[in-house]
Design a protein around this ligand. Structure first.
Ligand code: HEC
Length: 147
């Protein structure tokens, strides 16, 4: 590389940092590709649904249909995508911008994005996952309060 306004040593340093930058960019794009790996029901979606939806969406629950099984969820993938994206589900009345409550039941942007990617990539089932990997975390288990 010929940079007339820099000393030879500075040119070499500049060159080295360009190479470093290129390597870094390369690593970032590899990470990006890995980050885009397939979203599946068993690996990503089931834990979200179990922690945030099945307290109501189960047989005999408050909601009109169950979301307990893969079939239940896959059949409604599009609707689930739109109601989560619009934040219609899970039901939540308080404005998240002002207060946050200990048992708040909102999905994160990341969870909503996962649901969207899952739906758009054909709502795949995915591999069997050890049960422990998909057990909902207790602090996310919603309590139903009619406020
Ligand atoms: C507090 C109870 C409760 C929770 C938690 C809940 N739902 Fe619901 N859901 C309902 C009820 C009740 C209805 C039917 C009335 C309505 O559509 O508002 C419903 C309706 C729906 C519908 C149909 C909407 C339509 O337009 O036909 C979808 C899809 C849905 N829920 C998905 C979800 C998903 C996904 C989650 C978790 C992220 C979730 N729900 C969490 C109670 C709940």
């Amino acid at each position: 590389m010929y940079l007339p306004f820099l000393s030879r040593a500075a040119q070499r340093r500049t060159c080295a940092s360009y190479i470093g930058l290129l390597i870094l960019l390369n690593l970032l794009s590899i990470a990006d590709v890995l980050g885009q790996k397939a979203v599946t029901y068993t690996e990503h979606i089931a834990p979200i649904i179990q922690s945030n939806c099945t307290s109501c969406h189960k047989p005999g629950g408050a909601a009109p249909f169950s979301l307990l099984t893969f079939q239940d969820v896959a059949r409604r993938a599009r609707t689930i995508q739109s109601v989560t994206q619009s934040r219609y589900m899970p039901p939540w009345k308080a404005d998240p911008h002002y207060v946050s409550f200990a048992n708040e039941r909102r999905l994160t942007d990341q969870q909503i994005a996962l649901i969207r990617r899952w739906t758009e990539s054909g709502a795949k089932r995915g591999p069997e996952v050890a049960r422990t990997a998909s057990v909902p975390t207790p602090e996310k288990a919603p309590s139903v309060s009619p406020t």
